[in-house]
Design a protein around this ligand. Structure first.
Ligand SMILES: [Zn+2]
Length: 385
């Protein structure tokens, strides 16, 4: 039992007040990795073991539903150049592709383990992980095989950019991605994704990639409308994608489509921060009734942060979100984007993924930007730090 919780974010409106289901002076009881009881501390049942939260805030572990963590090398030079005035273009991905192909399985696995650990230390208890830096049949399959050793949320992103070998034959590359590469990757993937963007894959190519993945039992999610207006969001909604990610350039029709669907709008402020670009308008999406998730997009090119707290702070300061909305998006929103009813909330039956802050309220995540506030993390009931 965790007791003495000054402020508890349950994300369960049946158990507390407001959209975060807030409780004060609360307790949570865990058994065999699962939350079994939530309520006022003075009404808590007996428990074998007690942890006193000392009046601090407890919330669900963050659900980072969009990350690219199987890679080698870094792109410090590209970031440095961009911050010196050069524009970002999708082609920089190929730098990481070369380094990733040259890395051993052990190197990629160790890198991924380090990032998962780094995220865990900042309160992230569920992380999605995409392929997309191999771009050959063997390299994409090994990326997903390695990712599957660390998370069940694995995403086939062979359609990240056209592989350099196919620069003059993008149609041939789409054939590979929807054929032999998909066959090799599908056993290790839950999701299929495509970077639908000028310079990457157009609407027809994206549709081909996603429908081929669906035919192999994968569920779609889409890199949509990041750098420009385009067909990505409409395609995501039409195909019943779990999530349309980035959503930086949206028409009124795009916003309406998201609001009228089960497709989550996943916003990735680390990308705009790290490319010095205009942020997506979260307020507009929320006002229309869309479900919004926040995620890191952690990758070496355009958003090299694993910090969900950082994303919350930026979303509040720059994207029109309230602290409550941003925390909800980083927990329950991410869970919706991954279609995971067992995470992103603290309620009976949920997996006991918990983040204790060194702060009296979840609002401190935005109020104290850049400050390490992680006091303790439990994943499936196991104290990780
Ligand atoms: Zn991404």
């Amino acid at each position: 039992m965790i007791t003495g919780i000054g402020s508890l974010v349950t994300n369960d409106t049946a158990h507390g007040t407001g959209p975060l289901g807030l409780l004060t002076d609360a307790a949570v009881v865990i058994d065999a990795g699962t939350v079994v009881w939530v309520g006022p501390a003075d009404a808590a049942p007996a428990a074998d073991e007690r942890f006193d939260a000392g009046g601090r805030a407890l919330l669900p572990g963050f659900v980072d539903s969009h990350a690219h963590l199987v890679f080698a090398g870094d792109r410090t030079a590209e970031f440095n150049a961009r911050m010196s005035g050069q524009a970002y273009s999708a082609g920089g991905i190929r730098t990481t592709v070369a380094a990733t192909r040259a890395a051993t399985d052990a190197e990629l696995d160790a890198n991924l383990a380090r990032f998962v650990r780094e995220a865990l230390h900042q309160g992230t208890t569920t992380v999605e992980c995409k392929s997309g830096y191999g771009l050959t049949v063997e390299d994409e399959a090994r990326a997903l095989r390695i990712a599957a050793g660390h998370t069940p949320e694995t995403t086939y992103l062979g359609a990240h950019v056209v592989a350099p070998e196919f620069a003059d034959d993008p149609a041939g590359y789409v054939d590979l991605v929807t054929g032999e590469m998909l066959d090799a990757c599908a056993p290790y993937a839950r999701w299929v994704d495509v970077f639908c963007e000028k310079g990457a894959f157009d609407g027809d190519q994206a549709r081909a990639v996603l429908t081929a993945g669906v035919a192999r039992g994968l569920t779609p999610r889409v890199h949509a409308n990041q750098l420009s207006y385009g067909p990505g969001v409409q395609l995501a909604v039409e195909l019943g994608a779990a999530s349309a990610d980035h959503c930086t350039h949206l028409t009124d029709e795009d916003v309406a489509a998201l609001a009228g669907s089960a497709t989550v709008a996943t916003l990735l402020p680390g990308a705009e921060f790290s490319t010095r670009a205009a942020y997506p308008d979260a307020r507009r999406l929320l006002a229309a009734g869309a479900t919004v998730a926040l995620s890191t997009d952690c990758n070496p090119g355009s958003s090299f942060t694993s910090s969900m707290a950082f994303c919350i702070a930026v979303a509040v300061r720059e994207m029109g979100m309230t602290p409550d909305e941003a925390v909800h998006a980083a927990t329950a929103g991410g869970a919706r984007a991954l279609r995971r009813p067992d995470v992103g909330l603290i309620a009976p039956g949920a997996r006991a993924d918990l983040l204790l802050l060194d702060a009296p309220s979840h609002v401190h995540l935005a109020y104290r930007p850049g400050v390490p506030l992680t006091a303790a993390v439990w994943r499936a009931g196991v104290r990780e730090l």
